[in-house]
Design a protein around this ligand. Structure first.
Ligand code: CTP
Ligand code: CA
Length: 224
């Protein structure tokens, strides 16, 4: 049931997907990261591949099995993710940015394991903003279909609409990450798909494979 006539247009299409969560190192053994499991991105990769797409999956710190026939590119940090996205973007038809990217990273990497400080003092780590990978594609975009995600705990649709307007994406998949049984790490998801000049499409709670199929159906409708 992964193969679906509504996804027939994916046959022969090149699809680039990012999945997982980035890690920003503080010292050789510690990092800042997030709760992304990679399940949504991997489900998208699997369903696209089953429907005849040529799929490249840029994977950040995911421990899931790699879907058969999918080309895997492994990265850890925002810098590595950005480099990989920019090296594959020009030769893709569809780009889906499902990875959860660290918004900040330590300004300085300490090259040895940081020792505990003297008693009762607090450690401060200064962070700098990371580049916005999705936004940076505006400059190099030709005719790719570009899909971003919006992870929100509150004001889901307002925040997602702002991202649709600012990120240069054709589609934003809004994702409520405030509930434990959907979103980050879970098997299920519930989403709203936003596009310019189109009614929002709400997809109620379902397995991430079903959600992936729905997202890909919306993308397929945009193929000319
Ligand atoms: N994204 C990105 N590069 C970043 C941060 C986010 O490419 N440095 C992408 C994400 O992969 C996602 C989209 O931008 O597709 C929205 O990410 P999200 O974290 O929801 O929004 P932000 O723009 O980072 O804003 P905020 O976290 O403040 O809501
Ligand atoms: Ca963010």
């Amino acid at each position: 049931n992964l193969v679906n006539s509504k996804l027939a247009k994916f046959n022969g299409k090149r699809v680039l997907i990012t999945a997982g969560g980035t890690r920003e190192y503080i010292d050789p053994v510690r990092y800042i990261s997030n709760k992304s499991s990679g399940k949504m991105g991997y489900a998208l990769a699997k369903v696209a591949q089953k429907n005849g797409a040529s799929v490249t999956l840029i994977s950040a710190n995911v421990t899931l099995p790699v879907p058969q026939g999918v080309k895997l590119v492994q990265v850890e940090t925002v810098a590595e993710l950005s480099k990989a996205v920019h090296s594959y973007f020009a030769t893709t038809d569809v780009f889906i940015m499902a990875a959860a990217v660290s918004d900040y990273r330590p300004i300085h990497f300490v090259d040895h394991k940081i020792k505990k400080l003297a008693e009762s003092s607090n450690l401060t780590i200064k962070l700098e903003e990371t580049p916005d990978i999705l936004k940076s594609l505006k400059q190099v975009r030709t005719n790719q279909i570009v899909v971003g995600f919006a992870a929100e705990t509150n004001d889901l649709l307002d925040n997602a609409k702002k991202k649709l307007d600012s990120k240069g994406a054709d589609i934003i998949v809004a994702n409520d990450v405030s509930q434990a049984d959907i979103g980050f790490g879970s098997e299920d998801n519930a989403i709203t798909i936003l596009q310019h000049d189109t009614e929002n499409i709400k997809v109620s709670k379902a397995n991430k494979r079903i959600i992936a199929r729905k997202i890909l159906e919306v993308i397929a409708k945009r193929f000319t």
